[in-house]
Design a protein around this ligand. Structure first.
Ligand code: 5GP
Length: 123
C-alpha cells in the first residue's frame, strides 16, 4: 500500500504529540480535534482499511482497543465514557488510508452520526 502520513509519524519523519507507544501500536493526539480529547491509535503495521484486516491481524486489532482503554483509564475518562471508532472508505469518512482508531472524549457524543450531520446542515 502507498505510504501515508501515519508511517511518517511512526518513523518520526514528521512530528506528532505521541501519548503511547509499544512494539505494535502508537497513539497520538489528532491534529484537528473533534472533541476536548481526540487521539488516534494506529497499528505500526500499515493496513489500509478495515477491509484489509487479515485473520492474522486479529490480535493486533485487539491491542489497539486495549491501548485505547488503557489510555482512557489513565486520562480519567473511562467511566464518563468515550467514542472509539474506525472510519472505512469514503462513505465512512476515511481520509488517511492506514487504519486508526479515533478515541473521542470529554463531551457527550451524538448518535447516530448521520443524524448529527443532518442537524448541522439544517439552517
Ligand atoms: P479519518 O478521516 O481517516 O477517519 O481520520 C484521519 C484523522 O487523522 C483526522 O482526524 C485528521 O485530523 C488526522 N490527521 C491527519 N493528518 C494528521 C497529522 O499529520 N497529524 C495528526 N496528529 N493527525 C492527523
Amino acid at each position: 500500500m502507498a505510504e501515508t502520513i501515519f508511517t511518517k509519524i511512526i518513523n518520526r519523519e514528521i512530528p506528532a504529540d505521541i501519548i503511547f507507544e509499544d512494539d505494535d501500536v502508537l497513539a497520538f493526539n489528532d491534529i484537528s480535534p473533534q472533541a476536548p480529547t481526540h487521539f488516534l491509535v494506529i497499528p505500526k503495521k500499515p493496513i489500509a482499511t478495515i477491509n484489509d484486516i487479515q485473520p492474522q491481524d486479529a490480535e493486533l486489532i485487539g491491542k489497539m482497543y486495549l491501548a485505547a482503554a488503557t489510555l482512557a483509564k489513565q486520562k480519567g475518562f473511562s467511566e464518563s465514557g468515550y467514542r472509539a471508532v474506525m472510519n472505512c472508505n469514503p462513505d465512512g469518512g476515511q481520509t488517511v488510508y492506514h487504519i486508526h482508531l479515533h478515541v473521542l472524549a470529554g463531551k457527550p457524543m451524538g448518535w447516530p452520526p448521520y443524524q448529527d450531520r443532518m442537524k448541522q446542515e439544517l439552517p
